[in-house]
Design a protein around this ligand. Structure first.
Ligand SMILES: Nc1ncnc2c1ncn2[C@@H]1O[C@H](COP(=O)(O)OP(=O)(O)OP(=O)(O)O)[C@@H](O)[C@H]1O
Ligand SMILES: [Mg+2]
Length: 223
């Protein structure tokens, strides 16, 4: 379980409290500048904040800006970076994840030469390969085309099936609504609404949250 209690950060986040049960999927939405990325960075422990964050396992964050994540000289080295196992195991894991993310033909490339969508896939793969208990993703659909979006949604479905706890920030509510158990809407650094996904989805003023929603909840999985 991840628990956030009375979290405040500068004059950006105000008294944020919520819990995320193990194995659940939480979506965080809100306008540009509402504090979503700062919240994930505080949870990850990258920004000094007041209040408490407790997490019973390992917690990983895929940044909104893929370049922040990518540090290796080559795609292959970048993927191996966070792994603590034998060379042979590293090779097996790197090749498996590269195939899953469509990066297998790019392993020798310098990450700076990748396209925006390829970088995004690498940034997510970098974190997914370490198998965290809680995976936080900040706008994972940015820069992706339809097959790319589909592969990220499939990955999220697989993670959920495996019991990984997922926290995702997105403006594209409809792409993952069907996977969501909980929705949190931020507004000017404070929680405006939070709770069961069905309930929040039907009650929220989405246009006020900067989001255009069309269609019914059960249709909202982009596959
Ligand atoms: N290090 C910082 N110093 C000062 N202000 C900051 C800092 N980081 C973020 N902010 C401001 O805090 C507010 C929240 O930023 P944040 O990046 O969390 O928004 P967001 O909800 O992720 O927005 P977006 O949807 O555009 O990604 C913004 O007004 C931003 O300009
Ligand atoms: Mg952001």
């Amino acid at each position: 379980m991840l628990e956030v209690n009375g979290l405040c950060y500068k004059n950006i986040l105000h008294n944020i409290s919520f819990t995320v049960p193990d194995g659940s999927f939480t979506m965080i939405a809100g306008r540009n500048g509402s504090g979503k990325s700062c919240l994930l960075r505080c949870i990850k422990g990258l920004y000094p904040h007041s209040g408490h964050v407790t997490c019973s396992g390992s917690c990983a964050l895929v940044f909104q800006d893929a370049d922040t994540q990518i540090i290796g000289q080559t795609v292959e080295r970048d993927l191996s970076f966070g792994l603590k196992c034998s060379k042979e195991e590293v090779t097996v894991k790197v090749h498996a994840i590269a195939e899953e993310f469509g990066l297998d033909k790019l392993l020798e490339r310098r990450p700076s030469t990748l396209s925006g969508g390829e970088k995004r896939r690498l940034a997510i793969a970098d974190v997914a390969i370490t198998g965290p208990d809680v995976l936080m993703l900040d706008e994972p659909f940015a820069n992706l085309d339809y097959p790319g979006i589909k592969s990220v949604i499939e990955l999220l479905q697989n993670l959920k099936r495996k019991g990984t706890t997922v926290i995702m920030v997105s403006h594209e509510v409809e792409k993952v609504l069907a996977l969501s158990d909980q929705i949190i809407i931020l507004d000017q650094g404070a929680i405006k609404m939070q709770g069961d996904a069905d309930e929040v989805f039907s009650k929220a003023d989405w246009s006020d949250a900067g989001i255009r929603v069309t269609g019914k909840r059960e249709d909202m999985l982009w596959l």
